[in-house]
Design a protein around this ligand. Structure first.
Ligand code: ADP
Length: 395
């Protein structure tokens, strides 16, 4: 079966067509700036140069149609007819407390996704549009795979905030966590690499991309994670603050005369390593900056690694031990310097990195020294493959 995997953002759409016979991506692409001037589709087929198609893309309906057109195109397409697509799998950001697993799309599931929209106002409505557009254009079974689902195993003492309990009862204010699909995938891969059942392992997974989160995975289950009610909490990210004193929020709002929306914008889009460095949210730019003596970049990288290390320490305590630490996503997979900087805090745990192994790229690696007590693994994430697997499992 061929499965179309879709990840609809507020103004973007990522797609991938996965051939489940070989579990490989036949083609993939990205539609950017939906509803904004300068929108385009970038399509990639194995062995061919990227195809860029600039067009007016006013909404997600047009974007999904363009993706399907690219997949069925005579030259850069990979299927002759849309009927070859057997099912669609969607990344849905927030499943609230309703979903501990992926779900076959029904009217009830769509209503539940809508209900969670207030918790993820930028994402869930876009995810839902993607589902509804596919319903019309493809007419095949569809599955929703939730970013939050893997973390539904967190115990109450770890997911609750120190707020009056009635606010949880009334509004479901609690930690949900995100990147669950990625944390699950890399933890399963870690167990395979270590040659041990996941049910016997204590793992800490660091998903370090533009958004970033750490997850404590005890015996295969998420027991804590750094993102919270929304993806703003936890690590310092590309443009997000991560943890800070909540009183700083009201203080800055008062001092700067900011509305809640403007403050949210500041914390989500103007902060993080971009805000601290004043240079960029991209780690390649920051590393270049550091090499050239840029103070802001140097400080931002230092703060970033320090925060990741603190979370690893905290989650080691949460699980009373750790067998392996996993690095994944853009920075985790490629940022050898960041891995090294984080590991340097963790010598007391028995972490030791082999610089030569750590310098390698592009595949699953154990970068620890042979006698290290805690393994450090680099595992490229593959959220699309997990979504495709969950989809075929349910259809
Ligand atoms: P997302 O899916 O959250 O948008 P990714 O997982 O693709 O993000 O990660 C994107 C980030 O990865 C970029 O912002 C960049 O900082 C980082 N990155 C990519 N390549 C490298 C590299 N070679 N060295 C260091 N960081 C890198």
């Amino acid at each position: 079966m061929k499965i179309l995997v879709l990840n609809c953002g507020s103004s973007s759409l990522k797609y991938q067509l996965v051939d489940m016979a070989t579990e490989t991506a036949m083609a993939k692409g990205l539609v950017e700036r939906i509803g904004i001037e300068g929108s385009q589709l970038v399509h990639e087929k194995d062995g061919m140069d990227k195809v860029k198609i600039g067009a007016e893309i006013p909404n997600h309906t047009v974007a999904v149609q363009m993706a399907i057109d690219a997949l069925t195109h005579a030259e850069h397409g990979v299927i002759a007819d849309v009927k070859e697509i057997g099912a669609a799998g969607h990344r849905v950001v927030h499943g609230g407390e309703n979903f501990a697993d992926a779900a076959l799309i029904t009217d009830e599931v769509k209503a539940a996704i809508k209900e969670c929209a207030s918790l993820a106002p930028l994402h869930n409505p876009a995810n839902l549009i993607g589902i509804e557009v596919c319903e019309k254009l493809l007419g095949v079974p569809q599955v929703a795979v939730f970013d939050t689902a893997f973390h539904q195993t967190m115990p109450e003492h770890s997911f609750l905030y120190g707020l009056p309990y009635e606010l949880y009862d009334k509004y479901k204010v609690r930690r949900y966590g995100f990147h669950g699909t990625s944390h699950k995938y890399v933890s399963d891969r870690a167990a395979a690499i270590l040659g041990k059942p996941i049910g016997e392992l204590k793992l800490i997974s660091c998903h370090l991309g533009n958004g970033a989160s750490v997850c404590a995975i005890k015996y295969g289950k998420s027991v804590d994670t750094s993102m919270g009610l929304t993806p703003l909490e936890g690590l310092i990210m590309g443009t997000r603050t991560g943890d800070m004193d909540p009183a700083a929020v009201t203080y800055i709002m008062e001092k700067e005369g900011l509305s809640p929306t403007a403050m949210e914008d500041l914390m989500n889009k103007k902060s993080g390593v971009a805000g601290v460095s004043g240079l960029s949210s991209d780690f390649r730019d920051l590393e270049d900056g550091k090499a050239n003596g840029h103070k802001g970049a140097t400080l931002a990288l230092q703060m970033y690694a320090y925060r990741v290390a603190k979370y690893i320490g905290a989650y080691t305590a949460a699980m009373n031990g750790v067998d392996a630490i996993i690095f994944t996503a853009g920075v985790g997979e490629n940022g050898a310097d960041t891995r090294k900087d984080v590991s340097e805090y963790l010598g007391y745990l028995g972490v030791a990195i082999d610089d030569e192994k750590n310098g390698k790229r592009g595949k699953e690696l154990d970068v620890s020294t042979p006698d290290a007590k805690v393994r450090v693994l680099v595992i490229p994430t593959n959220e699309e493959l997990i979504i495709a697997r969950e989809t075929i499992g349910l259809v």
